[in-house]
Design a protein around this ligand. Structure first.
Ligand SMILES: C[S@@+](CC[C@H](N)C(=O)[O-])C[C@H]1O[C@@H](n2cnc3c(N)ncnc32)[C@H](O)[C@@H]1O
Length: 258
């Protein structure tokens, strides 16, 4: 299952507590846990949260480094927890897939995809070096070999032309309406490059689905699946989550591209 795994040579300077976390795989538990990793001024306000998927025998666990410092904003947002659970439950689709996560932040869904055998590129705003650095650290911490890429939506730097994802992931990337067109431009570009590819996104449905519908129509996309984000969540994981979170699978509208 863990075909994305790599050996344990850490490329990054994690403190002793981080290393200990890496070596102590905890059994799956009902509630996610957080421990403080603030043992030096550099790692002030850093915590490691553990996220469990599946059962004790057949499940897996992912450790995420979060940083509560305001300018870092490295949190695991609820949309990410829901999308990661979906990836786990659909793991057969992800095994062997080429996956790009957009606006990945702390990257939980992409890391689950890598654990179940996907070839994963984690991406975020190319100006946010602290986020990109944290992605390298969480990939390493979980013994994964994810690629990390600065990819700003609506910007056509060379590396985007080398991406050929079957599955594009995006958790809580639809929150700033001024960035929607840039995001959809990037998503449409990637969907057009790989036949039968899909964009799977979770978002807070604050004002109805009509804005997303408008954007899909504008960009020649359509919704192939729309789910209440809580409909597939194990009940023990929902107590810390709130809001009206939806999951959409978005594909090219073939009728429009003819
Ligand atoms: C609300 S956070 C969600 C983070 C993560 N997916 C999660 O759910 O925990 C939005 C993410 O989108 C990224 N982002 C915002 N604008 C972006 C842009 N124009 N291009 C690329 N990434 C962007 C942010 O850096 C941030 O990591």
């Amino acid at each position: 299952m863990a075909s994305g795994n790599k050996n344990k040579n850490s490329k990054f300077e994690l403190n002793d507590q981080l290393e200990q976390e890496k070596d102590n795989e905890a059994p799956p538990m009902a509630e996610d846990e957080k421990i403080s990793a603030a043992s030096s001024p550099l790692q002030e306000m850093t915590t490691i949260s553990k996220h469990h998927f599946g059962g004790i025998e057949d499940g897996l666990s992912i450790s995420i480094i979060e940083n509560m410092k305001e300018e870092y904003g490295l949190f695991v947002w609820p949309c990410s927890i829901i999308l990661a659970e979906y990836v786990w439950q659909k793991k057969s689709l992800f095994s062997g897939a080429n996956v790009v996560e957009l606006g990945a932040g702390t990257s939980l869904p992409g890391l689950v995809a890598a654990k179940v055998g996907a070839d994963v590129t984690l991406s975020d705003d190319s100006h946010r070096s602290e986020v990109l650095e944290n992605m390298r650290r969480v990939s390493d911490l979980n013994d994964l070999n994810c690629k990390v890429l600065g990819l700003t939506w609506g910007v056509w730097d060379t590396p985007i032309f080398n991406l050929h994802p079957n599955i594009i992931l995006g958790a809580d990337v639809l929150y700033d309406t001024s960035a929607f067109d840039d995001l959809f431009a990037t998503v449409t570009f990637l969907l057009q490059k790989s036949p039968n590819s899909v964009f799977i996104t979770t978002y807070h449905n604050r004002s109805g689905h009509h804005l997303i519908e408008f954007l899909m129509e504008k960009w020649g996309l359509k919704c192939a699946k729309l789910l209440d984000g809580f409909s597939f969540m194990p009940s023990q994981k929902t107590s810390s989550l709130s809001g009206n979170i939806q999951l959409a699978e978005i594909v090219l509208d073939a009728a429009r591209s003819e």
